[in-house]
Design a protein around this ligand. Structure first.
Ligand code: NAD
Ligand code: SER
Length: 312
């Protein structure tokens, strides 16, 4: 019987740490090779194999895939929205070339599956803001969103043209406590918990009524694994699926935190990230994911807030 051998690229990031640990539970520690540019994350140490890898070096990546008999790749390395706006050409280069390297090696080596995440950032100010549909106007205005949209088209192209089984989700902003977020516009919804616990106050870089789609990390990890384990016949979207769990504003999450920490206060000093958030959906319609492979979130704002405060 063929064994799955999984390579996670960008394993030390906000998603990578938790996804690697979850995959190791399912596929066995030694069958999930974690890799990143950075030093191995503390939570990964002793849980399975780790290699240092720059995904931009296609030759090294190719050798690694052959040497370790890799059958699946999860590509998580990227430059996120806020960091991307500081150096657009670098963000475009890294986000596109990393994906092209992986897709091309997947084609050449006939890998079983590839996972690459997209984002709500593919949508722009001309998309419908409420319950943004799967198929609608897509005119991203950030370089991060542009690179994600182009990436989605490449994924579909490699699937249709070469049969590469690549799957993708448009994650909302992800909230977690195990590893820190890496330079996104939705990071306020993680920072707020740390500041609430430590200082009982937080200054939000988004204005009080900025609604964004959000998701708790356990739901995001489960969605990723459910998508990857779904029968190929159930995957009708080969660009990226809309994915949704909850939607809230800084004012609403602050009110929820206040239920647990009554003297918590919030103030607002919107910065350049406000403009990025203003172009993104307030909420997402993920009915295609629900219909195709049975997606259903477990965490709403109240349940997520309690769990975050219990764990930080
Ligand atoms: P992150 O910034 O926390 O982690 C990315 C990891 O990739 C980092 O550990 C970094 O060191 C590594 N990396 C960067 N360049 C690399 C390179 N050249 N070679 C190897 N590794 C490299 O990001 P994340 O939040 O974990 O996001 C992972 C993926 O999910 C990204 O594609 C991101 O766009 C997408 N996504 C994230 C969110 C979110 O809220 N976190 C939402 C939507 C989509
Ligand atoms: N959370 C991500 C960001 O803000 C969305 O993809 O960049």
């Amino acid at each position: 019987m063929k064994k799955d051998k999984i390579l996670v690229i960008g394993a030390c990031g906000q998603i990578g740490v938790e996804l690697t640990l979850a995959l190791r539970k399912i596929y066995g520690e030694s069958n999930v090779l974690a890799s990143d540019l950075r030093e191995e994350h503390e939570l990964l140490k002793g849980t399975g194999p780790y290699v240092s890898l720059d995904v931009m070096n296609k030759e090294m990546l190719h050798v690694l895939v052959i040497r370790h008999n890799i059958t699946q790749i999860y590509l998580l390395a990227a430059i996120l929205s806020a960091t991307g706006e500081k150096n657009p050409l670098l963000a475009w280069h890294i986000n596109m070339q990393s994906l092209l390297n992986v897709l091309d090696i997947a084609k050449e080596e006939h890998l079983d599956k590839v996972y690459w995440p997209s984002s709500i950032a593919v949508f722009g100010p001309n998309s419908p803001m409420q319950d943004t549909p799967q198929h609608t106007i897509i005119e991203p205005t950030t370089i991060y969103g542009i690179s994600k949209f182009a990436g989605e088209r490449w994924c579909e192209y490699y699937n249709h043209r070469y049969g590469v089984d690549v799957r993708s989700l448009r994650y909302p902003g992800l909230i977690s406590y195990k590893s820190a977020p890496g330079g996104g516009t939705t990071d306020y919804a993680v920072e707020i918990f740390h500041e609430a616990k430590e200082h009982k106050k937080y200054t939000s870089f988004l204005s009080e009524n900025t609604y964004l789609p959000m998701m708790y990390m356990p739901d995001a990890i489960r969605a990723t694994i459910e998508l990857m384990e779904a029968d190929a016949s159930k995957i009708s979207i080969r660009s990226a699926y809309n994915l949704s769990a909850m939607s809230f504003s800084p004012k609403e999450i602050a009110a929820e935190i206040k239920k647990h920490i009554p003297d918590f206060t919030i103030s607002y000093e919107p910065d350049y990230r406000q403009q990025i958030a203003d172009g993104w959906p307030n909420s997402m319609d993920d009915s295609q994911a629900r219909t195709d492979w049975g997606w259903k979130p477990e965490f709403d704002l109240a349940k997520m807030t309690k769990d975050m405060l219990d764990h930080i």
